[in-house]
Every structure is written in C-alpha cells, then in structure tokens.
Design a protein around this ligand. Structure first.
Ligand code: DX5
Ligand code: ZN
Length: 228
C-alpha cells in the first residue's frame, strides 16, 4: 500500500448479500471500488454481531485491492493476530474500546498491518492527538456504529480540526456512516480521502446488475472530487 490523498471509495460489505460475499466482493472491485471495508461487530461494544476471523479470511480470497477491517469490538488486543492471519491490510480499532489505544496501534503495526483508529461522533478528536505518529488512518464515524443505513451526523468541524492536527504526516482520513453523493463532498472539502459507503453503493444493484454498483461508486467519487 502506497500513501496518497486521492479520493478512495470503500464499499462496506455490511450492505452486501450475506449469502454471496465472494461474488459481491468481485462485483464491487470490478466496478471501481478502491478498498473493501469489512465491519466486525461483537454484540458488546456495539449492539450487533457480524464476522469473526474465519469469515474475514474467506473474504480475503476474493479481495484484490485493500482489505480494510473495522473492529467494533472490545477488548481488541487479544484479536489483533487473528485478524492479521485473516489477511487484513488495514486494521482499525475504536479509541473508545479500551484504555490503551497507544499499545493497540503499536501491536497492529507490529503484526504487519496499517494501524487505524476510529472515533465515535461523541468523542473529541483530541483523544487521538498523541498517537498520530504511530497511526496510518483515522476513521471519523458520522453515525453511531452498529448498523448500516443510518442518517449522517455532521462532523465537518471535527474533520477540519483533524486535518490540521495531521499536518504533513502520511495519515488517511476515512469517513464512515451515511456517505452518499450529497454528504461525501462536505467531508472531502474538510480533508477526508477515504469514503466508506454501504447502502449508497449496494442500493438498487445485485451481482447480476453490477453496473448499478459501478454507477453508485462513480457518483460518490465524482461528487467528492468536485468538492476539492
Ligand atoms: C456502521 C459501519 C459502517 C456502515 C456504513 O457501524 O461501521 O461501515 O456499514 O453503512 P452506510 O453507508 O449504510 O451508512
Ligand atoms: Zn465501518
């Protein structure tokens, strides 16, 4: 993975057909997805359950781009090696998930992955100020995590503050929740480069009509690029 600040679209397979992940991943990548976003939920840190390491390892066989794994679990550290084995390229943990986010970022990098930290809407961005030198990605949540298809919560002021805090460091700013052609431009203008989108990518399409995914991805990308 090389670093740049170009606009990247990361479809969340939380909105895919759960009986057909292999073909869904192939379809979104063929239709222009830059990264594939995998939402891991534990029914404890968030009120929903999704994928353990064996499921993520199975997705890996189909992902040719970047597998971006978003852990909404607590505790985190005891699972880092399992998700490394499963083939995550980027592993993101929540700053709210435990008392030792600095150690978590070190452990993710030590396991050979890019380190990500996610920040809930109610958490001040200053919470991650002192880990920016050991962090590769900051994920700003624009919904309260747990479910796809929720309404966007405006975080433009937080993203602008983060962009200034990052300065010249090679740290991605990712936005997760309610991203579509109307909301993505606000975040692009504030400094974000990675846009997670579940409902807005999978809406109206299927593996037999993948061109709909392509049009949805292109619309988010064009809107975000136009805001720069
Ligand atoms: C929310 C997840 C998101 C979610 C986004 O807990 O982290 O990645 O799938 O879904 P949309 O784009 O539908 O808001
Ligand atoms: Zn996510």
């Amino acid at each position: 993975m090389t670093f740049d600040r170009s606009i990247k679209i990361a479809p969340s397979i939380l909105s895919a057909d759960f009986a057909d992940f292999g073909r869904e991943i192939q379809a979104i990548e063929a239709q222009g997805a830059d990264w594939v976003h995998v939402d891991v939920m534990d029914g404890h840190f968030v009120p929903n359950l999704t994928f353990g390491p064996p499921a993520v390892a199975a997705f890996r066989k189909h992902v040719k781009t970047v597998m971006d794994v978003h852990l909404m679990i607590s505790p985190v550290d005891s699972y880092i090696d399992a998700y490394a084995q499963a083939g995550a390229d980027v592993l993101t943990a929540h700053v709210e998930a435990g008392p030792h986010i600095h150690r978590t970022m070190q452990a993710i990098r030590a396991a050979g992955m890019k380190s990500g930290v996610a920040v809930n809407p109610g958490t001040p961005i200053e919470a991650i100020e002192h880990i920016l030198d050991i962090t590769d990605l900051v994920c700003i949540m624009t919904v309260n995590p747990g479910f796809g298809g929720q309404k966007y919560i405006d975080m433009t002021a937080k993203v602008r503050k983060l962009r200034a805090m990052i300065g010249d460091r090679p740290v991605h700013i990712e936005i997760d929740g309610g991203m579509d052609p109307k909301t993505a431009p606000l975040m692009a203008a504030a400094g974000a480069d990675v846009f997670v989108a579940g409902s807005a990518v999978f809406k109206g399409g299927s593996v037999s009509t993948p061109e709909v995914y392509g049009a949805n991805i292109a619309a988010i990308r064009a809107a975000a690029q136009a805001a720069l």
